[in-house]
Write a protein that binds this ligand. Sequence first.
Ligand code: GAP
Length: 509
Amino acid sequence: MAQQDDLLKKVISHSKEYGFVFPSSEIYDGLSAAYDYGQLGVELKNNIKEYWWTAMVKMQENIVGLDASIFMHPTTWKASGHVDAFNDPLIDNKDSKKRYRADVLIEDHIAKIDAKIQKDVDKAAKRFGDAFDEAEFRSTNPNVTRRQGEIDQIEARFKKAMDDEDLADVKALIEDLGIACPESGSKNWTDVRQFNLMFKTELGAVSGDSGVIYLRPETAQGIFVNFLNVQKSGRMKVPFGIAQIGKAFRNEIIARQFIFRMREFEQMEMQFFVKPGTQMQWYEYWKDFRIKWHQALGIPAENYKFHDHLKLAHYADAASDIEFNFPMGFKELEGIHSRTDFDLARHEEFSGKKLQYFDPEENRSYVPYVIETSIGLDRMFLAVLSSSYTEEQVDEKSERTVLRIPPCLAPVKVAVLPLLKKDGLPEKAREILKSLQAEFYCQYDEKDAIGRRYRRQDAIGTPYCITIDHDTLEDGMVTIRERDTMTQERVKIEEVASIVRGRVKYPVA
Ligand code: GAP
């Protein structure tokens, strides 16, 4: 774990040093859980968006895009259930005045018990070597089974208390488990209460409840309310999808772990409208498609796993997360949900407008069912950055920090480097730079020794460096250096674009 914490710290400081991510309004000591994407961060973010848009819209015959506004009619959020049910259970410590999510306190307590189990498992694995049977050990070792029983009991009691909306029992559980405030060690807790995660603001000059509107907590509702607009104007036939990339806002109680959990973040969501009864087949289709989209990037497959939900939200008939091995462990990166006809039916009910599709093959109208794929852009950014951060020994004397970012997502694709700042080399280099810039984001660098310039490009993940030397002026050839292998090759200037193009194009999922 220490190593993993270390990785997160390194990624955070590397991000700042090289212009990927800065704390927001840092000159005023920052704002908790708000971040700004710097000059390279914005490029990486745009490339992730483009990879998603290419796969989800441009390469799909039956999916189109949308850019709905962040502010929506407030009834939208009544209909969607967010006003009444988009809550986190909160508890305050009376001594430290710190506020916590009750479920997170309980989860952290469980994680501590789980860590003890893991310690026993690791010890036994070491002792028994190849003969070790982990499943057998977990089901028979008295310490492990006792602790597992404890976890099961806590989870069952917590689930029941939440299902019954019995917040008094959630508090009692925290007290019974002897959970103390992580800051102060005090066990002096307030009652647990529900806290709505939507940010409220007021529309124009209207004050009071009638003017209250919300910053959208998900982009999905903008798609649902436009379902018929898009279907009719685009003459779309079910099954079809609407995709959107945009900001979402949640007043997270504990926003932490860098850009993993923020109060302002971006989502890339697609709602796929299908004939009722076919939703399970499409749910499986999109699960398969989305995991392939991730894996096509070449990030090792063992970093991803599905987590199928056992407890489903009231509107879903199936749901699964794609979890990624972040520096903090496996956590949700993307959700794939079969949302039934809940959203459209609720918007029909609250708006009094029909949101139905006339199916010419069936000669009847129905409210389509929906499969949703929803990925956090910032989480994807963290996944790419943390899995590509590598420190390695180059030779006996030197080491380098390299971001092995999938080349199609790398912020800078080509660095153009004249070997010397004289003899016409900068002029030739700038000529080559110009020929590449329309297609690739490039950097020009003539400062310092060539080795140092290579290191700077490694540190920001540039897949190719092109060096222009005296021979270039004679033979029209340059040295092209590849980031991961550090191999260098002499190639004709005219070949550079096609070499780079071949490596940086978006893979097909
Ligand atoms: N429309 C469905 C929906 O919003 P969600 O699981 O609440 O579902 C979808 O969110 C994705 O949005 C998550 O998988 C995660 O990647 C991202 N996300 C959610 N809350 C976030 C936050 N506070 N900060 C960053 N990303 C977040």
